[in-house]
Design a protein around this ligand. Structure first.
Ligand code: SF4
Length: 300
């Protein structure tokens, strides 16, 4: 009897599939993936893959981004219900209304958004390149959607005039300033890194606010021995695996994204057997959304 991992690996080969996993996925899903990374790294991988099938272990907008970049490939999201509440906090119609209010503004959209919202936007960005993307734009004002906290972080770093949409990540707002203060007391020698989706009063208490890939690079520095980590807790799997002997402490064990946890090995197997659920962005939306994502990928 083959193990579930063996069955997945065999089907992956038979169907010429690649498995991409976000850093917040369950440990066993990360371990079976060909590549584990953050939204920027995964979209770069998706844009370069030669596989015919992309099994996206993440949430819906990530699979949509893979479909935007790969219209001829089959993109599978092993649980069709794995959405992102933050991405659902703005619709294309709401963005059109905002644009009508600020007709001269350039629109920058966090990758955590639907393809329809990206299609209404000028630039896409991730938490890894948001400061770089916004800095590169020569505009009087910028509408930034949907994450108000990433937006205010970028605004502080760039000094640009930004109109922020009041969206937020329900997982990252569970990390509170008192959590950071308590952990600092418990681990006085530890550095503190948090994700820019955290509240500004949490970011203010950290040594750095970084994307998940930035947190992984920071953790690998030789001088970092103990690290308090303010993001979704599953990132500790990679941190521990890649940095034996170092200590990683979750800022709050409440920072769990239930949507990221919907993908299981059983569902990955099922998706490869049935070749469903497929995520496919309609062509008229895809062309416009592609321009927005492509501008970001060209900036880096
Ligand atoms: S961690 Fe937050 S932003 Fe990321 S998928 Fe979950 S709800 Fe969305």
């Amino acid at each position: 009897m083959k193990t579930i991992n063996d069955q997945i690996l065999q089907l992956k080969k038979d169907k010429n599939a690649v498995i991409l996993s976000h850093n917040y996925q369950r440990a066993e899903v990360q371990d079976i993936a060909d590549f584990v990374g953050d939204s920027l790294e995964l979209s770069q991988k998706a844009s370069k893959t030669s596989a015919a099938v992309i099994v996206f272990c993440g949430v819906h907008f990530m699979a949509e981004t893979a479909s935007i970049l790969n219209p001829d490939k089959t993109v599978l999201l092993p649980d069709a219900g794995a959405g992102c509440p933050m991405a659902n906090m703005i619709t294309a119609e709401q963005l059109r209304q905002k644009k009508a209010e600020y007709p001269n503004a350039t629109v920058v959209t966090y990758i955590n958004s639907s393809a329809a919202v990206k299609a209404e936007s000028d630039y896409c960005c991730t938490s890894a390149n948001g400061v770089k993307v916004v800095s590169s734009i020569n505009a009087e004002e910028i509408i930034f959607v949907p994450d108000q906290y990433l937006g205010s972080f970028i605004q502080k770093k760039t000094g640009k005039k930004m109109i922020l949409w009041p969206g937020y990540c329900p997982t990252h707002v569970k990390i509170l300033p008192e959590d950071i203060l308590r952990r600092k007391k418990e681990y006085p020698n530890a550095k503190v890194v948090v994700h820019p989706e955290c509240r500004p009063d949490v970011i203010d208490l950290a040594d750095e606010a970084l994307s998940t890939s930035g947190i992984l690079r920071y953790a690998a520095r030789p001088e970092v021995k103990e690290l308090i980590v303010g993001t979704e807790v599953e990132i500790l799997h990679r941190l521990n695996k890649e940095n034996p002997g170092k200590k990683f402490i979750p800022a709050s064990t409440k920072a769990v994204c239930p949507n990221m946890k919907k993908i299981t090995l059983e569902k990955v197997l099922e998706a490869l057997v049935t070749m469903a659920p497929v995520v496919k962005v309609p062509e008229e939306i895809r062309i416009k959304a592609f321009a927005c994502v492509d501008r970001m990928l060209k900036i880096g």
